[in-house]
Design a binder for this molecule. Structure first.
Ligand code: PMP
Length: 356
């Protein structure tokens, strides 16, 4: 080891899902939306005046936070926007999880949480989900330096009742409770109303899934103005111009088209329910997902084997090797009807071949 290496902030980085270059694959591995963004987004792209790029973007992304504030009926100073919810969540870890007590999150959850905690040297404790992948609110009633969980949880897809979230918030008035709602639009009830009732709640959402804009990188947090001010102070101390002017304009166009948003989300929900029926009929086991993916295993085929078979068929899904109890599960993103029909058809044939 060289001397300077002793001073390196070593980290084990988050591993994002594969983004294969091949064209003719079915990409069901990173929970992207199979439908294009709202038509207004393409219009902005076509008409954006390149001369605007001479200037720095608005560091507050006020056009976007205003559009979001209108959409969610909150005040503009209750919204913080960032480069995907990953950026927003990282800023939240940096700002609010600044204690010597452990931050609590589920043992099976978004695998970026422990990476941020490790990188920022934040102590943390992973709280086991129950046997059916439910979060147990009672387990979050102990001394801690903050709490974060997705609702619905990822990669399980399990939704928590709002009353249970409220129970966790009420039991923890001294710390920030962060509800990561990356998938809430696909059937869950948002914790947004709780932001008015408690001063220690942050709700985080993203344009990457329900608004079909993973490539643009837009995420946001909604909380009370005091929390948003603390977040902005840290953001301005790190990188004030996070979102670029093109993305801000694209985001505004997406938020303004509520009808398109609701239509595509409904379509994905329909396709998900159809896919659940089909998978159930094939013997798959899974929690009742309320998101745009299904986290399933087949009792007769080990996870790695099925993952490989799908890959050879050019169907990409996601598998997490750890912890051990999810080693046989595959997380399958809901695509178009046609994609799901192809998936089910392949699985049917493959499972039949395994029987003989
Ligand atoms: N939270 C959860 C639970 C997720 O699954 C993801 C997607 N990987 C994110 C946050 C981050 O999404 P993005 O940065 O694209 O907004």
């Amino acid at each position: 080891m060289k001397d300077w290496e002793k001073n390196v902030r070593t980290v084990v980085p988050y591993v994002p899902g594969e983004q294969p270059k091949e064209k003719n694959i079915m990409k069901l591995n990173t929970n992207e939306n199979p439908y294009p963004p709202a038509p207004g987004v393409a219009e902005v792209l076509e008409t954006f005046d390149a001369d605007r790029l001479r200037l720095y973007p608005d560091p507050l992304a006020a056009d976007l936070t205003d559009a979001l504030a209108d959409f969610y009926h909150v005040d503009r100073n209750q919204v913080f926007a960032g480069v995907g919810s990953d950026d927003v969540l990282a800023m939240i870890f940096l700002t609010f999880f600044n204690s010597r007590k452990p931050v609590l999150f589920p043992d099976i959850t978004y695998s970026f949480y422990d990476v941020w905690a490790e990188m920022l040297r934040i102590p943390y404790e992973q709280i086991p989900l129950d046997h059916d992948f439910f979060i147990i609110p009672e387990d979050y009633k102990k001394e801690n330096g903050g709490i974060i969980f997705p609702n619905p949880n990822a990669p399980t897809g399990r939704l928590m009742e709002l009353s249970q979230i409220e129970e966790i918030i009420q039991a923890n008035p001294g710390v920030m409770v962060v509800v990561d709602e990356a998938y809430i639009d696909f059937g869950g009830v948002s914790a947004l109303p709780l932001v008015d009732r408690y001063d220690n709640v942050i709700v985080v959402q993203t344009f990457s899934k329900s608004r079909s804009m993973a490539g643009s990188r837009i995420g946001y947090a909604i909380s009370n103005p005091c929390v948003i001010k603390y977040l902005n102070d840290v953001k301005y101390s790190f990188n004030s111009y996070t979102m670029d002017s093109v993305t801000i304009a694209l985001g505004v166009a997406a938020v303004k088209d509520k009808e398109y948003f609701e239509k595509t989300v409904q379509k994905i929900i329909q396709t998900r329910e159809w896919t659940k029926e089909q998978l159930r009929a094939l013997g798959f086991l899974f929690a009742d997902s309320q998101s745009n993916f299904i986290f399933a295993r087949h009792p007769k085929v080990p996870g790695p084997q099925l993952f490989q078979a799908l890959k050879e068929e050019k169907i990409f899904v996601r598998r997490f090797g750890k912890p051990e109890r999810i080693a046989d599960y595959l997380r399958i993103t809901i695509g178009t009807d046609e994609q799901m029909q192809k998936l089910v058809k392949f699985l049917k044939t493959y499972l039949m071949e395994q029987e003989t």
